[in-house]
Design a protein around this ligand. Structure first.
Ligand SMILES: CC(C)=CCC/C(C)=C/CC/C(C)=C/CC/C(C)=C/COP(=O)(O)OP(=O)(O)O
Ligand SMILES: Cc1cc(O)c2ccccc2c1O
Length: 348
């Protein structure tokens, strides 16, 4: 009985997100009576189909796709740099690289879901309630995570055959990204000892941009590391707002994050720095090198309301809203690089 209740709660939760599917299900149910093999056959089929759909929706929700901009924009940036500074971009490599990074990021989110739940950090009011609300079982999350890591390794192997990058360099960056995604909450759990911010700054910034650039051009370069800085700072703003929001519950659970260490006032100062320093960098690039670097400044009007919400401690949807800003800033940054006149961008 309790199990049925939980399942129906999970179904309601998932269906609530699937715009207007209910009406369609009603229609399917009525047409069951006209099925040649009898009403039960079709209704069982449609129940199985709807179960599969619900399960798939639950898996997608568990990945927390709102955060995917954080891994897609550095891949696009690495590709744009390769195109602009080296004159080449292979769209197949770009796509495979995007899938590789996305899949490792998704797996990292699942590892985070599993360990936060097993350590009692996620609770009824948490953002991530996949396991708390029993939408999926812990074993489902483990299996899905393992599947994504395997898919990531398959994609990395494909990249080895598509790109001229040396195996040792490809493996170094790929397994660096993979182990960061696991160790963020798994194993030693870097997030729980205030090192999560460093992991995010490195993996979603220099590492991912360098990976995307290297598979395009076939060698490692320090240039992508420099270009990654503005975007990495903005991505870290997503995590820092997340950790500031969760400060009290994280403290209660006995873990330490940077937000807990510095307290709410300095957290506000840090959030502002992470939010606005990239704009200062874009201003410098636009005035000293090329005006196309001013394109990301178009997102500035989105940043001010975020600062205001943070100041008034309305943290509720700040990580998701910062992720939206991150996506737009990344897109404009990439276009700024693509549209820059030849030879106008800073190179080392
Ligand atoms: C270079 C290559 C090949 C891959 C890099 C791929 C990436 C970007 C991996 C990073 C994976 C990673 C560290 C994921 C963790 C994601 C994360 C920050 C989850 C949020 O954790 P919490 O701070 O617990 O947030 P919630 O409170 O919302 O659960
Ligand atoms: C779920 C989640 C939550 C976050 O706060 C993130 C912040 C930066 C990068 C990725 C993030 C993420 O995947």
């Amino acid at each position: 009985m309790a199990k049925e209740l939980k399942q129906s709660r999970a179904e309601t939760f998932v269906l609530a997100g699937s715009n207007g599917q209910n009406g369609q299900q009603w229609q399917t149910g009525l047409s069951d009576f006209n099925h040649p093999l009898g009403p039960n056959h079709k209704s069982r089929m449609s129940r199985v189909a709807s179960d599969v759909r619900l399960k798939c929706a639950a898996y997608v929700l568990a990945l927390r796709p709102w955060s995917f901009s954080a891994s897609l924009t550095p891949v696009a940036l690495g590709g744009a740099l390769a195109y602009k500074l080296e004159g080449s971009v292979d769209l197949v490599i770009l796509m495979v690289c995007a899938v590789t990074v996305l899949v490792v990021h998704g797996a990292g989110n699942l590892v985070n879901t599993y360990y936060d739940f097993s350590k009692g950090i996620d609770h009824k009011k948490s953002d991530d309630r996949t396991l708390v609300d029993e939408i999926l079982a812990p074993q489902d999350v483990v299996m899905f995570g393992a599947l994504l890591y395997s898919l990531g390794c398959l994609c990395a192997t494909l990249l080895y055959f598509l790109s001229t990058l040396r195996l040792e360099h490809l493996a170094l960056i790929y397994f660096g990204g993979l182990s960061s995604s696991f160790l963020y909450t798994g194993g030693i759990g870097l997030k729980y000892v205030a090192l999560g911010d460093v992991v995010i700054l490195i993996t979603f910034g220099p590492l991912a941009v360098m990976f995307s650039h290297a598979v395009q051009v076939g060698y490692l370069s320090v240039l992508p590391l420099v270009y990654a800085i503005p975007l990495a700072l903005n991505t870290e703003a997503i995590l820092h707002s997340n950790n500031t929001r969760d400060m009290d519950s994280d403290k209660q659970a006995g873990i330490v994050t940077l937000a807990i260490l510095i307290g709410p006032t300095l957290s506000y100062v840090l959030y502002n720095m992470l939010l606005f320093v990239p704009y200062v960098l874009f201003c410098l690039l636009a005035t000293r090198y090329t005006i196309s670097m001013a394109l990301p400044l178009l997102t500035l009007p989105m940043a001010f309301p975020l600062e205001k919400h943070f100041r008034s401690r309305c943290y509720a949807k700040i990580p998701q809203k910062t992720a939206k800003l991150n996506l737009l800033m990344g897109i404009f940054y990439v276009f700024g690089i693509i549209l820059a006149p030849p030879g106008s961008l800073p190179s080392l």
